[in-house]
Design a protein around this ligand. Structure first.
Ligand code: NAI
Length: 395
């Protein structure tokens, strides 16, 4: 039999395939539309003086993508982005982050900014070495590093792999949650983590890898004097403390905070400033996986929209980079508080009240579950009113 080689035409109609808290397809044109809208928002908000060579680790979705867009269009910065996404194999679509990155590169390049992206494991030494080479070649030095990597597992330098868990510490926790397959309110029991699970979660989502990046960049001489580095955290209200702030992920976030303090101290002679920004709870691929949190987000959206205080990732990151960071507008622990509006008394007291009332029957009325799903679908490029979803697209 003769072997024939041909270019497969990877053109198809792409539909959303949602399984619980994940969508296994992504729409290239919809992802592009999402990036286009985020850029348009930043362009309209204007610019300020800021870092010009920015490395973003975890740059393809959620807060990292919004950070990359906000510094490009807010500071006029060139960016290098690192993410871990799947390309299309010709039959299945690529992941949303893959399409987002392509779209961002296209828009940024057209607008005169350099945007280079690396796809692979950000935890690895190889990825750090590649990025350092690129900085040496193209920039000389980076003056800002944003660490927005969120992952369920990490391969350690010795080749072993550890996974993070979303569990409580001390006592198990029972509370309401939403079953995302049926939109029903159910009771969930979140189990208690053992010591090893806590350590592994800290290893994946704490500050170790952030520190490894900064150490590697500093050792290679590619970190500018007085550079700024940021990583993202969450605190949230009492209602979610058992699962978030006081749970395994909270231990990782505590480690992340301690790392910010340690980094600023370690590199004080070079003027490095390492900060945590505490961001608002929002629908992202990572937050959808946490029990209790999606229901909290549905109520939060409802109240914040009513109060005229609602923001998405891009509004948050535009406010961080253009308004708060230049003024070093931090709290007593040197953290940027982008959760300032979420944590307002007028917002939280309403949520606490709604929390006791919400049931499967009234969820559509008293929560913004529709807004939750709208954001969810849009994360994968679906439900944009100006995208033709019946048309064939190149995947
Ligand atoms: P996300 O899931 O949207 O983004 C994660 C990013 O990390 C993606 O770009 C992904 O490609 C990248 N990534 C994952 N594994 C990787 C690997 N091995 N190597 C390189 N890149 C990898 O998540 P989200 O929500 O934007 O989270 C970013 C940060 O913001 C996290 O620290 C999270 O805890 C924090 N945060 C999130 C909040 C939320 O409600 N979503 C609230 C406050 C803070």
């Amino acid at each position: 039999m003769e072997m024939i080689s041909y270019e497969m035409e990877a053109v198809m109609v792409v539909e959303a395939k949602v399984k619980g808290f994940i969508c296994t397809t992504a729409h290239p044109e919809g992802c592009k539309e999402s990036v286009r809208r985020q850029i348009a928002y930043c362009k309209q908000k204007g610019t300020t003086d800021g870092p010009k060579k920015v490395l973003v680790i975890g740059a393809s979705t959620g807060y990292g993508l919004a950070s990359r867009i906000a510094v490009t269009y807010g500071y006029g910065a060139d960016t290098i982005g690192v993410s871990f996404e799947k390309e299309s194999n010709g039959r299945r679509t690529a992941t949303a982050g893959w399409y987002n990155t392509k779209a961002f590169e296209e828009f940024a390049t057209a607008d005169g900014y350099s945007a280079k992206s690396f796809n692979g494991d950000g935890f690895s030494q190889e990825m750090k070495a590649q990025v350092i080479e690129e900085i040496k070649k193209e920039w000389g030095k980076a003056d800002m590093v944003v660490y927005s990597l969120a992952a369920p597992r990490r391969t350690l330098p010795d080749g072993t792999s550890v996974s993070s868990v979303l569990k409580t510490i001390g006592n198990e926790f029972k509370n309401k949650t939403i079953d995302l397959r049926t939109n029903e309110i159910k009771e969930v029991t979140v189990p208690v983590a053992n010591e090893e699970e806590i350590q592994n979660t800290v290893s994946v989502m704490g500050g170790e890898d952030w520190q490894a990046w900064i150490d590697a960049l500093a050792e290679a001489g590619v970190l500018a004097d007085n550079a700024v580095t940021l990583a993202y955290s969450y605190i949230g209200p009492e209602l979610t403390h058992a699962i978030y702030k006081d749970g395994t992920i909270g231990q990782a976030k505590k480690h992340l905070y301690d790392t910010s303090v340690a980094l600023t101290k370690k590199y004080a002679d070079r003027g490095l400033q390492a900060y945590i920004s505490v961001n608002k709870a929002l629908v992202t691929q990572s937050s959808s996986a946490i029990p209790v949190v999606p229901l909290y987000i549905s109520l939060l959206y409802k109240v914040m929209k009513e109060e005229g205080l609602h923001e998405g990732c891009i509004e948050q990151m535009q406010r961080l980079f253009v308004e708060k960071l230049p003024q070093r507008e931090v709290d007593g622990q040197s953290m940027f508080r982008l959760d300032d509006w979420e944590m307002k008394d007028c917002v939280q007291s309403k949520i606490a009240d709604l929390w006791t009332k919400v049931t499967s029957e009234n969820i559509k009325e008293i929560s913004d579950i529709d807004g939750y799903w709208e954001d969810f679908y849009q994360m994968f490029g679906f439900h944009f009113d100006n995208v033709d979803y019946a048309a064939d697209v190149e995947i």
